[in-house]
Design a protein. Structure first.
Length: 136
C-alpha cells in the first residue's frame, strides 16, 4: 500500500506524489503517517516535513497550515512550502535579516498580528536554512 501526498499553498501545488511515509510537524509535535492511518485533521506548524519514497527521504520546509488524512490520502494546506532543492540560501538569509530588523525596529504600538507574521517569517526562514545547511 502507498500514500498519496499533496502539499498546496495559496500560490501553487508544491508537491504531489505517491509515497511510502510522511512525517509532518504539527502544533502537538511531529506525527508520522503510514498507509492505513486513521482519519485526522491537524494543524501544521512551521517546520521540516519528511517524505520517504522507495527508501529515499526528501525534505520540505512548510509554514503554518492544516493537514488532513483521509484513507490513504494526505493533504497539506500550508501558507508556505518549498522543496529543499528550490531553497535559495542567499534570498532566505536576506528575508530573515529584513524580518529580524523589522521586529527589532517595530514601534511600541505595532499591530500584534503584524508582529506575529514577522515572527512566523523568521521561523520559516530558520527552517529553510536548517534544511539547506544540513547536508554540508
Amino acid at each position: 500500500m502507498a500514500l498519496t501526498l499533496e502539499i498546496v499553498t495559496p500560490e501553487a501545488r508544491v508537491y504531489s506524489d505517491t509515497i511510502d511515509t510522511v512525517v509532518i510537524p504539527t502544533t502537538q509535535g511531529e506525527i508520522g503517517i503510514l498507509p492505513g492511518h486513521i482519519p485526522l485533521l491537524t494543524r501544521v506548524e512551521s517546520g521540516e516535513l519528511r517524505v520517504t519514497k522507495g527508501g529515499v527521504e526528501s525534505l520540505l520546509a512548510v509554514g503554518n497550515g492544516f493537514a488532513q488524512i483521509e484513507g490513504d490520502t494526505v493533504s497539506v494546506l500550508a501558507e508556505r512550502a518549498i522543496t529543499e532543492d528550490k531553497i535559495d540560501e542567499a534570498a532566505v538569509e536576506a528575508a530573515l535579516k529584513r524580518a529580524e530588523d523589522d521586529i527589532k525596529n517595530a514601534p511600541k504600538d505595532f499591530d500584534p498580528s503584524e508582529l506575529e507574521k514577522l515572527q512566523e517569517a523568521v521561523r520559516y526562514a530558520g527552517v529553510q536554512l536548517a534544511l539547506k545547511r544540513r547536508k554540508r
